[in-house]
Write a protein that binds this ligand. Structure first.
Ligand SMILES: [Zn+2]
Length: 170
């Protein structure tokens, strides 16, 4: 059930069904196609969905899903859900990410021109977009559907170019 990520595609919108780890429910969110198209020019479109559990169980003392939380829904160019990250509040706190994991972070905003000039290829550009501080190297590999050792090579190259930094969660 964990990877329940599907979309229903309509003319103007898509309806993304996804599994929220906090709600422990399948939720749906409607996203206009043109919003996705704008976001997609740099790889995956990331939809941020701030919510509480519509099916919150007040009888269950372990259920904390009435606390507002955010699901980041990663949508690819086929309008399919590529992955979901859920965390309390509006920003992922450092303890959402496992201790000892390495987090690649973009140092500066990379203009689209870099891609047009051939300084980076599309894959490198997509990867940069995922290096927003919310994803460990393993998360990036999962979202970009790339093998970890291949990603390590690309990350190293981007680091040498001075585009990203890698921090280790202590
Ligand atoms: Zn939720």
């Amino acid at each position: 059930m964990k990877n329940f990520n599907i979309t229903t595609k309509y003319f103007k919108d898509i309806c993304a069904y996804f599994w929220c780890e906090i709600c422990q429910e399948i939720l749906s969110v409607s996203i206009p196609r043109n919003t996705i198209e704008e976001g997609l020019e740099t790889g995956l479109y990331i939809h941020s969905y701030y919510h509480t559990n519509p099916l919150y169980d007040s009888e269950d003392p372990e259920d904390r899903s009435n606390n507002p939380h955010t699901s980041l829904i990663y949508i690819d160019k086929n309008h399919d859900v590529r992955g979901v990250r859920s965390f309390y509040g509006r920003e992922m706190s450092s303890d959402e990410i496992k201790k000892g994991s390495r987090i690649p972070i973009v140092i500066k905003e990379i203009p689209k021109m870099v891609l047009q000039l051939g300084m980076l290829n599309q894959e490198e550009f997509n990867i940069l977009k995922l290096c927003d501080g919310n994803n460990s190297i393993e998360n990036v590999a999962e979202l970009e559907k790339i093998k970890l050792d291949e990603l390590e090579k690309i990350i190293l190259k981007l680091k040498k170019k001075g585009l990203i930094n890698i921090i280790t969660r202590g």
